[in-house]
Structure formats: structure tokens, C-alpha cells
Design a protein around this ligand. Structure first.
Ligand SMILES: Nc1ncnc2c1ncn2[C@@H]1O[C@H](COP(=O)(O)OP(=O)(O)OP(=O)(O)O)[C@@H](O)[C@H]1O
Length: 458
């Protein structure tokens, strides 16, 4: 099981697994996360280090048979070859017998197993308590359906209380996905705005082709690998997707308040909460609150690929089906679409700068602020010292004059946040800023894409 292509980041995840590996005790670990996020890739890397066993569950009834064959090969066990394992009891007992020294066993796509074999988890619980818990096994259960896996982790699950560690594999940050391809930062921002930090999409991106050509080949043509992706992902977890589709579409179009979403999606407000909860549990929608003050809760799509798809692909499916080129139309709106994406990347940039102590103070909290029609893109706070950083983010090339105008308005808005006797600093992040140094000399913070490139390298 050798990984041939490059392995990007995932250091924290690997260290988590290594720490549990070195505990010397029986470990029952649950790993989960959205499809395409790189769970299997991570586990394969870990198995390479630890020479463990990989068992892939499938949507069929022959998992036990297949696992038995895998164990026969792995242990080169002639007895098992003659007498395949026929029950989960025998499976767990066999593993217990082999775990007098550290043995890593990964069961991937565990949701298929739990669905097909109703008693799987309770049998595991029983044999965990009876035998496995006193061996040196490291059993890793991995699954993709986030809401389903969170059910496995809940108090009602048979393995509750046995689990020794859990890790939800999340999207990679912008500065990590940059490592996939040698591309310029502006193109990387565009790719991130379509594919977010999901490694499989980045691995599929062909840097030898133009950005729009890639988007067309991967998403915007009938039969493309990800043409129907959100539909497919939602259908895996939900029975009836139509209402969820309307909600996601409304949010992707920019309706972000509860009432607005209900109107745009034509769903009664009294049932909207339930649907939003499900989408939040699945990780596709998140609630946002202002960092301070009383601004209303907003709902956002938590996954850039979904965001792009529901905004640009879903409404144009019939044109795409007919083979029409929709790219020119999308291009016209694309700059507006990039604005909020650049805000998110700027947030990640500030988090990196904060880690490296390159800011006037170390903030403990970062977010946005809004109240009624006023909004500040990024606010970072160090509450115990009453220090605040206010940042405006612009996806454009700024002249010095315009930068001053923006900063002046930013100061005005900062007064509305209620942080009266706080020590305040102001700054700006833009695509490019002419005479950035002059702003800095005047005590403002100012960064543009050139600084992002520096951040990537060092
Ligand atoms: N850390 C990484 N470095 C480089 N490429 C990665 C990394 N993680 C994932 N990939 C790429 O993404 C692809 C998909 O990853 P993987 O199969 O591990 O996802 P998954 O979370 O198991 O998805 P699914 O649940 O859909 O099976 C990999 O084949 C690889 O090309």
C-alpha cells in the first residue's frame, strides 16, 4: 500500500494518530468527515508507517467474507484459508488473538457495515469489553456520512464510552491547498472559490490547463466528474432532497437571514429551522453571529463547492445539458462572488500571521461584525487586554486615496461596535495596494497578495 502521489499536510491528524498508537493501550478511534476530504489517504499514510490492515466495507452483504480474505492474506494464515470467518464474533475474537502486540486495523466506510449488519456495533461493544479492550489493538472506524457518524458517537450508540479518540477531518486551509500545484496566488484564490479546501478536487485540477477550462471539464459539462456532486452527496444522506435544494439555493444566492431564506425557498418559517439544523449537522450550512453586539444571526453555506454549485451550476443545468456554454455568463458575476471568498482567505491569513506573532498583539478571537446595514469584514480581539483590530477586505486594486477613504469609514464603523474604551488598530487587505508602505508609516496595517505569497513561503 504505497502512496505514489504527494502527500499534503495533515500533520495534526497524523500526530493525533501517532500519539494514540504510542499509548500502548487498546485504542478505538473514530475518524470521519465529508466525502473527498482525504480520510482514506490519511489512513493509508498512517498504515504505511505502522504496517496495519486496511478493510474496506462495501454496500453489500459479503463484507465479512471479504474481511476474512484480507486477514488470511495479511497474516498468511493457512487455517483461515480453509476455515473462513463466518460471524462477527469470530472476527473480533480472531483480531483479539492477534493483538498481543500493536496491531492497527482500519475499517473504512464503516457506515455501510453498520447499515447492512444491524448488530455490528453491539457485537463490537460486547467483544471490545470481553477481549479487545485488554489487547494492544488500535481499531480505527472511518466513515463519510457526517450526520450518521455523529450518531455513532452519541450517547445512544453501543460504542459510546469505549471510544478512546475521535477526529473529524476538515477541509484544508487555503495556504495548505496552495501546495498542490505551482500556480499563482490569484488563480489559487479562484480555484479555492470553486473547490474550497477539499483535497480531491485540488488533486483533480490540472494546472497545465486554464482555470475556466478546468472548471468546465470538472463541473460545467454534462457527464463531468463533479457535475452532479452536491446532489449525489446529499442523496447519500437524505431521502427527499428537494427542500434542502431550495434552501441551499437561496443561501447561495445571498439570502442569509432566516426570514429571507424562508421567503426565497418558499418554506414556512416554522419548518425551516428543522431543515437548517439537518444541513448544519451535515456540515453544509453554518450559523454566523457578529463577534460582538446584537446583529442578527446569518446562515452561510459552509462548503465552497456547494456554494459555487448552487449559485452557478444548479440554475443552469438545462443549458449545460443542452451543451451550451455558460462560462461567459458566470464570468460576469464571478468577481462579485470572489469578494466573500477573499474575506475568508484573509481571515485565514490573519490567523497565520497571528500564529507567527506578526501582528501588533496576539488575538484570541476573530470574526465579522454587523448591525443593521453596517458591516466590518474582519474584527480580531484580545479581550483581556481590550485590544481590537478592524480590517476591511477588498477584492480590487486600491489607490492610496481610496484606501484612506476606506480606512476613514472603517474608523467610523468601529465606533458603532460598542468597544468604546478599547485600544483600536485599523487595517486593510486588498488584491493590491499602491504605496502600501505609506499606509504602514501612518500606523495602519496593510497587506495585499504579495504578502500572501510571502506567507506561503515562510
Ligand atoms: N493529504 C493529501 N495530500 C494529497 N492529496 C490528497 C490528500 N488527501 C486527499 N488527497 C487526494 O484526494 C483524493 C481523495 O481522498 P480520499 O479518498 O482519502 O478521501 P475520502 O475522505 O476517503 O473520500 P470518500 O469518503 O469519498 O472515500 C485522494 O485520492 C488524493 O488524490
Amino acid at each position: 500500500m504505497i502512496l505514489t502521489s504527494k502527500f499534503v499536510n495533515r500533520e495534526r491528524e497524523l500526530n493525533f494518530l501517532r500519539d494514540h498508537y504510542h499509548s500502548g493501550k487498546a485504542e478505538l478511534i473514530v475518524i470521519y468527515g465529508r466525502r473527498r476530504i482525504g480520510k482514506t489517504y490519511l489512513l493509508r499514510k498512517f498504515l504505511e508507517e505502522t504496517n496495519g490492515i486496511y478493510l474496506l466495507a462495501e454496500e453489500n452483504e459479503t463484507n465479512l467474507e471479504d474481511f476474512s480474505l484480507r486477514l488470511t492474506d495479511y497474516f498468511k494464515d493457512p487455517f483461515l484459508k480453509e476455515n473462513p470467518i463466518r460471524t462477527w464474533k469470530a472476527f473480533f475474537t480472531y483480531l483479539a488473538g492477534k493483538s498481543n502486540k500493536r496491531l492497527v486495523v482500519v475499517i473504512d466506510e464503516v457506515q455501510y457495515l453498520v447499515r447492512a449488519e444491524k448488530g455490528f456495533l453491539s457485537t463490537l461493544q460486547k467483544y471490545w469489553d470481553l477481549y479487545l479492550s485488554s489487547t494492544k489493538i488500535m481499531l480505527i472506524l472511518c466513515g463519510s456520512l457526517v450526520s450518521f457518524m455523529e450518531g455513532i458517537l452519541s450517547g445512544k450508540s453501543p460504542i459510546y464510552g469505549r471510544r478512546t479518540g475521535t477526529w473529524k477531518v476538515e477541509e484544508m486551509s487555503f495556504f495548505d491547498v496552495l501546495k498542490f500545484h505551482p500556480i499563482d496566488i490569484e488563480t489559487a484564490i479562484r480555484i479555492y472559490s470553486v473547490f474550497g479546501g477539499v483535497p480531491q478536487y485540488w488533486a483533480d485540477y490540472d494546472p497545465g490547463k486554464d482555470f475556466w477550462e478546468n472548471v468546465k471539464d470538472l463541473v460545467l459539462s454534462k457527464g463531468a466528474k463533479y457535475y452532479d456532486e452536491p446532489k449525489y452527496l446529499l442523496k447519500e444522506e437524505l431521502r427527499d432532497v428537494s427542500r434542502y435544494f431550495s434552501i441551499l439555493r437561496a443561501i447561495a444566492l445571498g439570502y442569509s437571514r432566516f426570514g429571507q431564506i424562508a421567503d426565497a425557498a418558499r418554506i414556512e418559517t416554522k419548518s425551516l429551522g428543522k431543515y437548517l439544523n439537518v444541513l448544519e449537522e451535515m456540515g453544509y450550512v453554518r450559523e454566523e453571529k457578529p463577534i460582538v453586539g446584537r446583529g442578527k444571526t446569518l446562515y452561510r453555506i459552509n462548503d465552497y463547492f456547494f456554494n459555487f454549485w448552487f449559485r452557478f451550476v444548479f440554475p443552469r443545468r438545462s443549458e449545460i445539458e443542452m451543451g451550451l456554454d455558460v462560462i461567459e455568463e458566470i464570468k460576469r458575476e464571478f468577481n462579485d462572488y470572489l469578494g466573500p471568498v477573499f474575506e475568508e482567505i484573509s481571515r485565514q491569513f490573519l490567523i497565520e500571521m497571528n500564529k507567527r506573532k506578526k501582528l501588533p498583539f496576539r488575538f484570541t478571537k476573530i470574526g465579522k461584525w454587523w448591525y443593521k446595514r453596517e458591516e466590518i469584514d474582519l474584527v480580531a480581539l484580545k479581550e483581556e487586554e481590550k485590544k481590537a483590530l478592524f480590517i476591511e477586505v477588498k477584492w480590487k486594486n486600491l489607490e492610496r486615496k481610496e484606501a484612506y477613504r476606506i480606512l476613514k469609514d472603517l474608523k467610523r464603523k468601529a465606533e458603532l461596535t460598542g468597544l468604546h474604551d478599547w485600544n483600536k488598530r485599523y487595517g486593510i487587505i486588498a488584491k493590491s495596494i499602491i504605496e502600501k508602505e505609506k499606509l504602514r508609516e501612518k500606523g495602519f496595517l496593510a497587506w495585499d497578495l504579495k504578502d500572501f505569497v510571502g506567507n506561503q513561503n515562510g
